[in-house]
Write a new protein. Structure first.
Lengths: 291, 511
């Protein structure tokens, strides 16, 4: 009994420590965002700033048209991308999970193949811009994310194949349900855990995506929030590290606190929705992983 | 068990194949892009018809470093002028500097319409020319923009030539730089300090000491960044660094002999001085690692002065950026280095829809007052307001169009900002003309033959440079630094640079 308690304490201590390691950077991030600029420059980042200031958030508020615009772009692509992505993935995964699908091996292999290989940046870029003319459109932020999720499809397929007994499908068939009806009324409701998991992953992917924005978007009104943030950081980094022949950049770089505040604003919505997905998340992940 | 091992072989071979393919992918890419010149060079130039019957939308791609929110408004106003003059509208395409290399590579790999593009020796100008991504401009300029060359120093104008043809027109800016110190005026006045007796960097001691003694919490000297260290600022006025790889020319020698900067007396003395200042407490203890730049340090009241390159009107510019009034003193007279011309240019990429029309727009950027002013300062009443005397100032509440003037076109035609001397551009012209020109003006080093060595040297640099040059590490470590640089292949880079420079000099009749 005694040793059991000790173990319990040790395990708890370790996990409390690990949790703290994850949380502390966020606390520092938040505290920096409410520090005054001069206290950051003079004393560095600290958990309890000498001077509190909401200057950074006031500044962001003064930029609200750009901020809200980027937020709007991000929310729109996340909603549309997650919904369409989930639908496409499930629609592809379901037939692949059925043992009576002809050429099932080849089709599965094709999906698997995209996990290992892709066309490379330049050809991909040329196809999207010159064949589909997606440069500077919202489609450029949505479509690439829809088509690169072979991993998700395999996860969903595994779930369909292993967690839903074939007998259920057969009985529904006997009751006169069409294939489509079986999919909508039986399969999807039974697969809530995996759908929620994939949904959350897609949401995170779309929310955090800055790369597509970086290469396909040059119009500021189409910048997503992460793209805006990333551009700001990369620009600052570039100007700090490079000496363009000593050319003086007359640029007012955003202050430290503003960068922190932008990061806070960028992650807040994800933190807020995460608890609602969490209970499915663990289940969905383990199901996909064990099999 | 048996099944498992059976499955392992195809998987392993798949992995191997995957690695092999991705390895090939890299070289394939290079092959593709270098294969393009024959297809590109001919198409747009061949259509030599200079009729402007068809209305076009010309795209101008540039580095959008400032605030580009209202670029659309500026674009409308410019289009009104260009529509009347050359029957074309203009589309401004600002690209973030951090994304510049990648986005421009992709733009030039495809066929998206880009008619004018900012190019720079800092951003692969020579390799863009080698790949045939830029059009030769000599004929186009002779035909559509014959007066451009009168707007700048001939040496600068001609310095963009590669293989006898020019592929870019330098922007009109300060193409020379003097070097010196900028300091806070309030503290200078408070302690009755002046730079009048400062002839060399070493003379700054007494000024720094005064600040150190009387202003606790204010560091007398701060660095601009990790790359722009105290010692590097001290030597920069004397050398032409020929790109950011080792091997420099000493400007005063006026020769074409490349030396290893780190073994020169000049560099050793600079390190000694930086060390002395550091030990005296003039430089921040964490100067080698801090991420704060000079502007934020001065703004926050933590710094007193910094060394940098300068130009006419520099004090006014720095006062605006720092939000405090600054005074400046020039210590090393102006020089013009190899990249003075090629630093920022405008080129016509092979993607252009109509090279002739693009050249006409290029001409307007250098000769039309209204176009030059619109692109540099934006729309009157919105992005600037009249301040009397023909000068302008920022509107209340700031502007949503802040352009970095030095990038494009003829800035001498633009309206001058309040606080800057009205004859700033005459001063600049004189300044540019009187600089000591590097013998290698126009040479740009192609580091690809020594790529490995450059990367290895960079690693050694990261280890020592910021520490030594900020005075944090004792200069006795210099020998170790130089030894490691040599191990990393520094001599090979210097030899390659010398070889390319000699070839360049021969081709361009420079001795």
């Amino acid at each position: 009994m005694k040793t059991n308690d000790m173990n319990q304490v040790a395990v708890h201590a370790i996990f409390i420590l690990l949790a703290a390691f994850c949380l502390i950077p966020f606390v520092l991030l938040f505290m920096s965002s409410v520090s005054s600029e001069s206290s950051i420059v003079n004393n560095g980042y600290s958990f309890w700033p000498k001077e509190f200031s909401l200057e950074a958030y006031t500044y962001l508020w003064s930029q609200k048209s750009a901020m809200f615009n980027s937020y709007g772009v991000t929310i729109l692509i996340t909603l549309v991308g997650t919904f369409v992505g989930l639908l496409i993935s499930a629609l592809l995964a379901y037939p692949l999970s059925r043992r009576d699908l002809p050429m099932r091996g080849i089709l599965s292999f094709l999906v698997f193949f995209t996990l290992l290989f892709n066309g490379g940046l330049v050809p991909t870029y040329l196809i999207y811009t010159e064949v589909f003319h997606m440069k500077n459109t919202l489609m450029a932020l949505i479509v690439p994310g829809l088509l690169t999720n072979g991993f998700f499809i395999l996860l969903i397929r595994t779930f369909f194949a292993n967690s839903i007994p074939v007998q259920i499908i057969e009985s529904a068939y006997i009751d006169g349900a069409s294939e489509f009806k079986i999919f909508i009324r039986m399969i999807l409701p039974l697969s809530l855990p995996i759908l929620a998991t994939i949904g959350l992953m897609l949401t995170i992917n779309y929310w955090n995506d800055w790369f597509n924005g970086l290469i396909y978007i040059t119009e500021p009104q189409l910048f997503s929030i992460q793209n805006l943030l990333n551009r700001m950081l990369v620009n600052i980094q570039f100007l700090q590290q490079n000496n363009l022949g000593g050319q003086n950049m007359a640029v007012n770089l955003p202050m430290n606190a503003v960068r922190m505040a932008m990061a806070v604003v960028g992650i807040l919505p994800l933190i807020l929705i995460y608890p609602f997905f969490q209970k499915y998340f663990v289940k969905g992940l383990t199901i996909g992983a064990v099999k | 068990m048996q099944r498992k091992s059976k499955a392992a072989f195809p998987l392993a071979s798949l992995l191997a194949l995957c690695l092999l393919l991705s390895a090939c992918g890299g070289s394939n890419n290079a092959g593709n892009s270098s294969g393009s010149p024959e297809s590109s060079g001919s198409a747009p130039t061949a259509s030599g018809s200079s009729s402007n019957d068809k209305e076009l939308e010309l795209t101008l791609a540039f580095m959008g470093i400032g605030n580009m929110k209202e670029a659309g408004l500026v674009q409308e106003e410019i289009s009104k002028i260009t529509k009347a003059k050359i029957n074309a509208t203009v589309k401004l395409m600002p690209i973030d500097i951090g994304a510049w290399t990648q986005q421009v590579n992709l733009l030039l790999a495809g066929n998206e319409p880009v008619d004018l593009l900012v190019t720079s020796s800092f951003f692969n100008y020579s390799s863009q020319v080698a790949k045939g991504q830029l059009l030769p401009l000599d004929d186009l300029i002779a035909k559509h923009a014959p007066t451009i060359q009168d707007t700048m120093e001939a040496a600068i104008f001609n310095s963009t030539k590669i293989g006898g043809q020019m592929y870019g027109v330098p922007s009109i800016r300060d193409t020379a730089a003097d070097h010196g110190i900028s300091a806070r005026k309030d503290l200078m006045d408070k302690y009755n300090l002046s730079f009048d007796n400062v002839k060399t960097y070493a003379d700054l001691d007494s000024v720094f000491q005064k600040i150190k003694d009387n202003e606790p919490g204010v560091y007398p000297l701060v660095q601009r960044s990790q790359a722009l260290t105290v010692a590097s600022e001290i030597v920069r006025g004397h050398i032409d660094s020929l790109g950011d790889t080792p091997g420099v020319l000493i400007i005063e020698n006026q020769d074409l002999k490349i030396v290893n900067l780190y073994e020169t007396q000049l560099y050793k003395d600079a390190l000694q001085l930086a060390r002395k200042w550091y030990q005296a407490g003039y430089i921040m203890p964490d100067a080698a690692t801090t991420q704060e730049g000079n502007n934020s340090l001065i703004k926050a009241g933590k710094g007193f002065s910094y060394l940098s390159n300068m130009k006419p009107g520099f004090a006014a510019q720095e006062s605006t950026i720092n939000g405090r009034e600054m005074v400046t003193a020039s210590i090393v007279p102006p020089i013009s280095t190899s990249d003075s011309g090629t630093g920022f240019m405008i080129s016509i990429p092979k993607n252009t829809q109509d090279a002739d029309r693009a050249a006409q727009l290029l001409n307007l950027l250098y000769t039309d007052k209204d176009v030059a002013n619109l692109i540099a300062n934006g729309v009157e009443g919105k992005h600037y307001v009249d301040a009397g005397n023909g000068q302008i100032k920022a509107p209340e509440g700031g502007s949503n169009y802040v352009f970095n003037q030095w990038e494009v076109g003829n800035n001498a035609l633009t309206k001058v900002w309040q606080g800057t001397s009205p004859d700033i551009w005459e001063q600049t012209k004189e300044f540019n003309k009187n600089a000591i020109f590097s013998k290698a003006l126009g040479f740009s080093f192609d580091s690809s033959p020594v790529k490995t060595e450059v990367a290895a040297v960079l690693n050694v640099n990261n280890q020592y440079k910021a520490g030594l040059e900020s005075g944090t590490i004792d200069p006795s470590k210099l020998d170790e630094f130089v030894r490691k640089l040599k191990d990393a292949g520094l001599d090979k880079i210097v030899a390659e640079k010398q070889k390319q420079l000699d070839e360049w000099a021969q081709a361009n009749n420079v001795q």
